[in-house]
Ligand binder design. Structure first.
Ligand code: FMN
Ligand code: EPS
Length: 359
């Protein structure tokens, strides 16, 4: 398992959904930083399950700091946090040792690890591993905020119900911060009841839905990144696609560029009254040539509908090597999108803070 990301702010995650604990090691944190654990806890709670939109599996999600923090400051050594898995119901998964859930990682994991993989829950493929990622992201967010860089996002789409998009030129810092306070962050709040209805209907029908998260980064300086292999888009995509269930990523206008003429897609420059370089529009989402141009960095990620649904599905039994049927049991999210919002922000913070340490 490739479990480490980053050149300077190096994040390693470990554990399985039903192992004793899961955790994260952050290497490269400067020494002497006082972390705000209330802020970290706030981000972890945004990701937590247990409400009507999420898995009924609710864990404490309380970090236990094992190393790297001393006298209320980072100590310069790797910061390690673990989270105990207390609310597992592993017997629900015994059938999955041989019956492969369609659209989950079970079959590729079985082949890759010769049947030795931990099949309880999603094992080390589980969305539960996004908890330590969110912890690392919450640390990176604090360090970015000290530099005036803010990350925020909203739910752009649930199934076919769509929110409006960010105004990519004029996103306000207060707007981004207030989105975090919402249980279901939307720009057009009138869409809430329709989205809620779609999710609850899917849940009652033993089904699931997917959607889109749109994310924006404010205050990121111009001139960071590289062309080609280490472009801001490629590094961010690397981490965004590491989030389980993310199946597509787009920057700025993204696939919408296909419909535009050059004259419609242009981001013309001007100096504002304070001499800052701005663009009239921001079709490119703040990145050109792989390098930030000082405008808000804007991107979206599409999250697929949850694979584990309790409708009868066709699959294979790898023990008997025969075709069979499966009705998945266990406690699953009827939609992942809502819980993915803080995770998308977290991986973006990890990536962008790592970029800044490179400069
Ligand atoms: C926060 C979060 C929660 C998730 N919850 C579930 C779940 O309850 N059931 C499920 O089948 N998949 C869930 N997933 C997605 C699976 O982990 C993912 O689809 C699976 O590992 C296969 O990876 P892939 O979809 O990226 O190919 C969740 C993902 C995230 C980010
Ligand atoms: C427990 C969490 O989410 C889990 C993510 C997940 C999956 O397949 O990704 C499946 C469910 O749990 P289990 O691994 O027990 O099947 C979710 O409840 C969590 O995120 O904290």
């Amino acid at each position: 398992m490739s479990a480490t990301f980053g050149d300077n702010f190096k994040v390693t995650i470990f554990g399985q959904s039903h192992s004793e604990a899961i955790g994260v090691v952050i290497d490269g944190l400067p020494a002497g930083i006082k972390l705000d654990f209330d802020k970290i806890d706030f981000e972890l709670k945004r990701r937590q399950g247990g409400d009507k939109f999420s898995t009924p599996r609710k864990e404490a999600d309380t970090p236990k700091i094992i190393s790297g923090y001393f006298d209320d400051k980072t100590a310069g050594s790797p910061l390690c946090a673990i989270f105990e898995n207390g609310n597992t119901r592993s017997k629900d998964y015994s059938e999955l040792k041989v019956k492969m859930r369609p659209s989950h990682a079970d079959y590729p994991a079985y082949i890759k690890h010769n049947g030795n993989n931990d099949y309880r829950g999603g094992g080390n493929f589980s969305g539960r591993l996004t908890l330590p990622l969110t912890f690392a992201g919450a640390v990176a967010k604090q360090l970015l905020e000290e530099k005036g860089i803010y990350i925020g996002s909203h739910i752009k789409k649930i199934n076919k119900v769509e929110d409006i998009s960010f105004d990519k030129v004029n996103i306000g810092k207060d707007e981004l911060i207030s989105l975090k306070e919402e249980v279901f962050p939307l720009l057009d709040k009138s869409k809430l009841s329709e989205m809620e209805e779609v999710i609850l209907k899917a849940r009652n029908d033993h089904d699931s839905v997917g959607g889109i998260v749109e994310c924006a980064v404010l205050g990121f300086p111009a001139g960071v990144g590289s062309p080609f292999f280490d472009s801001i888009e490629s590094r961010l995509s690397h981490l965004l696609f590491s989030v389980p269930a993310v199946k597509g990523v787009e920057f700025g206008e993204g696939f919408g560029f296909a419909d535009l003429l050059g004259s419609e897609a242009k981001d013309e420059y001007y100096y504002d009254k304070d001499g800052n370089v701005k663009t009239y529009e921001n079709h490119n989402g703040g990145v050109l040539g792989g390098i930030s141009n000082g405008q808000p960095i804007c991107f979206s990620a599409v999250i697929k509908p949850t694979a584990s649904i309790s409708k009868l599905q066709r699959t294979i039994d790898v023990g008997k090597k025969e075709n069979t049927k499966l009705e998945v049991v266990g406690r699953h999210d009827p939609v992942i999108v809502k819980r993915a919002v803080p995770v998308i922000e977290a991986v973006s913070a990890i990536c962008l803070y790592d970029f800044l340490l490179n400069e």
